[in-house]
Design a protein around this ligand. Structure first.
Ligand SMILES: C[S@@+](CC[C@H](N)C(=O)[O-])C[C@H]1O[C@@H](n2cnc3c(N)ncnc32)[C@H](O)[C@@H]1O
Length: 200
């Protein structure tokens, strides 16, 4: 089998923030499977010779959809295609990229992971907010607003009950995360300077 899947990060939205490696792979692709968060401008950069397949999943979609995407990656790779699985931000920060890599490995498909600028960092930096600063913040935490409901040990208390992320619910999650961080800080004696990015 000569096919291979590239799990590629498209960056946080602005097409100029995609990496040269990502562009190089997109230009050589036979198939591009892309997500909801990949910007239109980046999609327009996919060559006409490549097959474009939208595999976007809205928040809350069940796992059937993910299974379809996983199967497509394997199917194309096994027919010797150069497959780009294009994901918003960084491919393995949230968004199930790690699970996709595991699936490929289990199905003996060659793959490579190409980092992208994650929105958590990109948005803060674009807004001029230093997530670390020698005086004010010595560490950063990324927290999801949507944990796997089957997970036994929750990080974000009550997050599994979230269906529509209302402003009130967001406030509750922030409160719960801040509480946990205080506990962690006390336990681990982590420096009290901490930035926190929550992915809603
Ligand atoms: C499933 S996560 C994917 C994160 C992505 N892998 C990353 O590294 O940025 C989806 C969440 O990321 C954020 N996000 C990422 N890229 C975005 C974009 N271009 N526009 C709006 N929100 C974005 C939103 O908070 C959204 O709910």
């Amino acid at each position: 089998m000569t096919g291979k899947v590239y799990l590629v990060g498209a960056g946080p939205g602005d097409s100029k923030l995609i990496t040269l490696r990502a562009l190089e792979l997109i230009e050589k692709a036979d198939v591009v499977l892309y997500d909801r968060l990949v910007s239109k401008k980046i999609i327009s950069m996919i060559p006409k010779t490549a097959k474009k397949v939208y595999v976007g999943r809205a928040v809350g979609d069940d796992t059937t959809h993910q299974k379809g995407t996983n199967d497509l990656m394997v199917e194309y790779a096994k027919s010797n295609k150069h497959v780009v699985r294009l994901k918003g931000g960084d491919p393995i920060i949230f968004g199930r990229g790690g699970e996709e890599a595991e699936f490929l490995k289990d199905h003996k498909v060659k793959y490579e992971i190409v980092p992208g600028i994650t929105s958590g960092i990109g948005s803060a930096t674009y807004a001029g907010i230093p997530l670390t600063h020698r005086k004010y913040s010595s560490s950063v935490v990324f927290v999801t607003g949507h944990e796997d409901p089957e997970k036994k040990q929750e990080i974000v208390k009550d997050a599994k009950y979230v269906s529509t992320m209302t402003e009130e619910r967001k406030k509750q999650i922030v409160k719960s995360v801040m509480f946990k961080l205080r506990v962690i800080r006390k336990k681990e004696a982590i420096n009290s300077q901490l930035s926190c990015f929550i992915n809603f």
